[in-house]
Design a protein around this ligand. Structure first.
Ligand code: NCD
Ligand code: ZN
Length: 348
C-alpha cells in the first residue's frame, strides 16, 4: 500500500477569493497547499480593467499570511465594454493570465457579463493574436433550457461557433460537469482547448443535492449532474490526458447567504481539496496521475513553468478531521463534506 506520495506543489486553475473580510478569512486555506491560483474576477463590482486587477492583486497579497508564499494569477471579467487594448496591455505587463467569460446571468455576480457574444468579437480576436486564454463559464442562460442541459447546449450554440469564428482562440472550459463537455474536449485536435474539473464534481452527483432532503452546501453552478456524468469526469481527470486539470472553483459564501429560500451557489473546498483528490485518484487506481492533474497540465496549458517545490501527502491510519466550517470576519463558511472519511493529508 502506498502511504506517502510526493508531488510538485499543486496550483488551482479556478478559485474565488472574494474581497474584504472574506478574502482575509479564506486566502490562507489555499496558500497552505497551493503555489498559485487563477483568481476569478466576479467581485461586486467586477474586476474589469487591468488597473482593477492590479489593485485586487495587491489586496490578495496583503491577505497572504507572512509565513506563506502564494502567487495570484489574475483574470479580467469580460464585458461588452471591455477594451482590447486594455486587455492586451494587462497581458503584456505579465499581470493578467486569462480573461473570464460569464454569460450574463449564468451564475453568482454575472450580471455584468456578456449578453451577446458577437459584441466581444474584437476582444476575442485580439486574445487569439496574443495567445491569452479565455476561461469560459459554459452555460446558456435561456430560461427555456433545462438547468441540467445548459452546459451541453452552450457548447453547441455558443462555444463551438465562437471557436470557429475565432480560430486560434485558446479556451479553458471551466468546471466541466458533463460527459458532453469531456467528449468535446477529447475530440479537439487544435491544441487550443482544455478544461478544468472541480474536486466536488468528482465526488457528488445531483442526488447529493436533492435526495432525502435539500442540501444547500452541495449546490453550486454548474449544478452537479447525474451519476453517468460524474463518472465521465472521474475518467477524464484520472486518465492522464493533459487537457484536463484541477480548478477547484472553491467558492466561499457565508452560511447566512447559502441557507436561505433562495441561497447562493458555491462550494468551499479549499481546506480539504488535496485530501479529497488523493482519495479519488487512489480509488480509481490513478494516484500516479494526481501530479499531472494538480501540478503539471495546468501550467502546460497556461505556458507557465511548473512549481519548483514539492508537497508530500501521507495516508493516515485514522481519518483526518477537517473543521465543519471556518470562521471569517464575514461569517461562518461551511467546508465541503465529501460524505466519506478522508485518510490522506498534506504534510506540513
Ligand atoms: C461561483 C461563485 O460563488 O462565485 N459559484 C459557483 O457555484 N461555482 C461562481 C461560478 O464559478 O459559477
Ligand atoms: Zn467559479
Amino acid at each position: 500500500m502506498t502511504d506517502t506520495l510526493t508531488i510538485l506543489r499543486p496550483d488551482d486553475w479556478h478559485l474565488h477569493l472574494r474581497d474584504g473580510e472574506m478574502l482575509q478569512g479564506v486566502t490562507l486555506h489555499t496558500a497552505n497547499h497551493f503555489a498559485r491560483a487563477i483568481i476569478m474576477p466576479n467581485l461586486v463590482p467586477p474586476v474589469v480593467t487591468g488597473a482593477e486587477a492590479e489593485a485586487y492583486r495587491d489586496r490578495i497579497m496583503a491577505a497572504v499570511p507572512a509565513s506563506m508564499t502564494f502567487e495570484p494569477l489574475m483574470t479580467l471579467y469580460l464585458t461588452e465594454a471591455t477594451q482590447a487594448d486594455d486587455v492586451a496591455a494587462a497581458h503584456a505587463s505579465g499581470l493578467v493570465k486569462a480573461v473570464k467569460l460569464y454569460p450574463a446571468g449564468a451564475t453568482t455576480n454575472s450580471q455584468s457579463g456578456v449578453s451577446n457574444i458577437d459584441n466581444v468579437q474584437g476582444v476575442l480576436e485580439r486574445m487569439a493574436d496574443i495567445g491569452l486564454p479565455l476561461c469560459v463559464h459554459g452555460e446558456v442562460t435561456d430560461p427555456d433550457i433545462d438547468i441540467f442541459d445548459r452546459e451541453a447546449v452552450f457548447i453547441e450554440r455558443v462555444l463551438d461557433p465562437v471557436r470557429r469564428r475565432v480560430p486560434g482562440l485558446r479556451v479553458v472550459m471551466e468546471h466541466v460537469t458533463t460527459a458532453d463537455a469531456v467528449a468535446y474536449v477529447q475530440a479537439d485536435d487544435s491544441g487550443n482547448l482544455a478544461a478544468t474539473i472541480t474536486t466536488h464534481h468528482l465526488i457528488i452527483n445531483r442526488n447529493h443535492i436533492l435526495a432525502g432532503g435539500i442540501r444547500p452546501h452541495y449546490y453550486c453552478l454548474p449544478v452537479a449532474k447525474r451519476e453517468t456524468h460524474r463518472l465521465a469526469l472521474r475518467a477524464a481527470a484520472c486518465s492522464g490526458d493533459e487537457r484536463f486539470f484541477l480548478g477547484t472553483d472553491s467558492a466561499p459564501h457565508t452560511d447566512e447567504a447559502k441557507l436561505l429560500p433562495c441561497g447562493c451557489a458555491g462550494i468551499f473546498t479549499a481546506p480539504n481539496t488535496m485530501s479529497c483528490l488523493a482519495h479519488v485518484f487512489e480509488e480509481d487506481g490513478a494516484l500516479d496521475r494526481l501530479e499531472g492533474f494538480t501540478s503539471r497540465h495546468g501550467p502546460q496549458f497556461y505556458r507557465l513553468p511548473v512549481n519548483s517545490d514539492e508537497v508530500t501527502l501521507s495516508k493516515q491510519a485514522d481519518p483526518v478531521r477537517y473543521p465543519e466550517y471556518i470562521e471569517t470576519g464575514a461569517g461562518k463558511v461551511t467546508v465541503f463534506d465529501p460524505g466519506f472519511d478522508l485518510f490522506w493529508r498534506v504534510e506540513d
